[in-house]
Design a protein around this ligand. Structure first.
Ligand SMILES: [Zn+2]
Length: 203
């Protein structure tokens, strides 16, 4: 199951490339201190990291509008570090993430606010290779119903063909009546092994 590939097993090359930038969410775990041991509380660890972060933090004096006027919609996958992979800095963009990077109604809600209230104009969609959603089917909803006695209202949005799924996502953005800007919408597949983006032809 792709969902359960531990992020600390990432290749050495990737680890060393992240060591210089200690403020990103993908700061490399090196050696045993990266693993969660019995008795550790992960949230406490995050809070300790935050105190170190805040010590070095200086108010950048920005307003909330993204500098590059772009919103990136991507899968929540732990191997995809959007800021590192796209050369983004603090304040550059909106990032909207969920399982699969699927354009759901709630993603349209965020994009609508992003464009109409916070000035973004471009949309970048990023799916990736080896996505956990490829191993699920809509049967997951039935399994949940069997277990808890209630069928979820949401679709699983599983897929078999990642390119086709990116095309569908682009189409959902382009045809949304709520968005102001649908002329610059591009979709990509991120390769979790090479770190490269491949653009998907919308046709
Ligand atoms: Zn994924």
């Amino acid at each position: 199951m792709a969902f359960f590939v531990p992020s600390h097993s990432r290749p050495e090359r990737y680890v060393t490339s992240n060591v210089e930038n200690m403020t990103t969410s993908a700061t490399a775990h090196t050696g045993s201190e990266g693993a969660i041991k019995a008795g550790d509380n992960v949230t406490d660890r995050l809070l300790a990291a935050n105190r170190r972060y805040a010590e070095a933090f200086e108010d950048p004096g920005m307003d909330a509008r993204p500098v590059l006027r772009v919103a990136v919609v991507a899968c929540m996958d732990a191997r995809l570090d959007l800021h590192e992979a796209l050369g983004l800095e603090l304040g550059d963009c909106h990032t909207i993430r969920n399982a699969g990077g699927v354009v759901t109604d709630d993603v349209i809600r965020s994009l609508t606010i992003s464009q109409r209230k916070l000035g973004t104009r471009s949309v970048v969609l990023i799916h990736h290779t080896n996505c956990g959603l490829e191993s699920l089917t809509e049967d997951f909803r039935s399994e949940l119903e069997m277990e808890v006695g209630q069928r979820p209202a949401w679709a699983v949005e599983s897929f078999r063909d990642v390119d086709q799924d990116v095309r569908q996502s682009m189409q959902r953005v382009r045809t949304s009546p709520f968005l102001l800007h649908t002329d610059d919408v591009r979709g990509f597949v991120f390769d979790v092994r090479t770190g490269l983006l491949r653009e998907v032809d919308p046709a």
